[in-house]
Design a protein around this ligand. Structure first.
Ligand code: AP5
Length: 225
């Protein structure tokens, strides 16, 4: 069920906030389709840059392999560039950005400088650490467009093949147990404090991310109404 665009949800800026494996990518893709919004996923953009062998991709690679954050300056530049391309026509859903206080401040400042509306809603998808580890360990990702699957929770119709575009599924190198645990640590240290940052702005809604993918999607839409 999509939010009613007649209520103004056709030109919105939404942030999906949550730990690695909480379901941001899964839900952002569905919501973007509903709202005809631009889905801007920082991790997906870094992986695209790597696949193209760009300077930014090469820089990001080492950080991603270690489960560390890519430096703020290049990350903020990349995301603001994508947001400005989406300007006017579309809503946009940020997935994986911002990820620390500096990135959040840079986003707030850029939106204020542009003189337009700020962030409309931040949805925090809450999932326990135990469940996150299970999800990351069982995730398979589509090589062409990064659609996420899970060996138990969301299996593809044909093993190893993406239902949507027919491309090969692979396991992300940073989903190995050691790097996944490091990513979770980085999340708790640097990103989790943003929950309070956005709660203080009065734009945070929390959804229980441990329900089924369909139910989380419904709760997310309800949180936008
Ligand atoms: P990124 O690619 O953004 O990874 P992440 O935030 O760690 O998030 P994930 O993609 O792991 O999880 P998700 O929440 O999207 O979950 P998903 O929907 O796939 O970042 C990777 C790296 O890039 C970072 O470590 C960093 O190095 C760098 N980077 C990215 N952004 C950055 C930034 N802003 N600043 C600096 N560096 C940055 O779901 C996970 C699994 O669970 C799937 O298998 C899915 O099928 C399953 N699932 C989803 N929902 C449910 C459900 N409700 N029930 C059961 N299973 C479910």
């Amino acid at each position: 069920m999509c939010p009613a665009t007649s209520r103004g949800w056709d030109t919105v800026r939404i942030i999906l906030l949550g730990a690695p494996g909480s379901g941001k990518g899964t839900q952002a893709a569905k919501l973007a389709e509903c709202l005809r919004a631009k889905h801007i996923a920082s991790g997906d953009l870094f992986r695209e840059e790597q696949a193209q062998g760009t300077e930014l991709g090469l820089l990001a690679k080492g950080y991603m392999e270690r489960g560390e954050l890519v430096p703020n300056d290049v990350t903020v530049k990349m995301i603001l560039g994508r947001m400005s391309q989406a300007k006017g026509a579309l809503s946009c859903i940020l997935d994986g950005f911002p990820r620390n206080q500096e990135q959040a401040a840079a986003l707030d400042q850029a939106l204020a400088d542009a003189g337009g509306p700020g962030i409309d809603r931040v949805i925090y998808i809450e999932v326990s650490e135990e469940e996150l580890v299970k999800r990351l360990g069982g995730r398979w990702t589509c090589r062409a467009h990064q659609h996420p699957y899970h060996v138990v929770n969301a299996p593809p119709k044909t093993p190893g093949i993406c239902d949507i575009d027919g491309s090969e599924l692979y396991q992300r190198p940073d989903d190995n147990e050691e790097t996944a645990r490091r990513r979770l640590q980085v999340y708790f240290d640097q990103t989790a404090p943003l929950v309070e940052h956005y709660r203080a702005q009065g734009i945070l809604a929390t959804v229980d991310g441990e329900r089924t993918i369909t139910d989380v999607g419904k709760d997310l839409v309800a949180a936008l109404q």
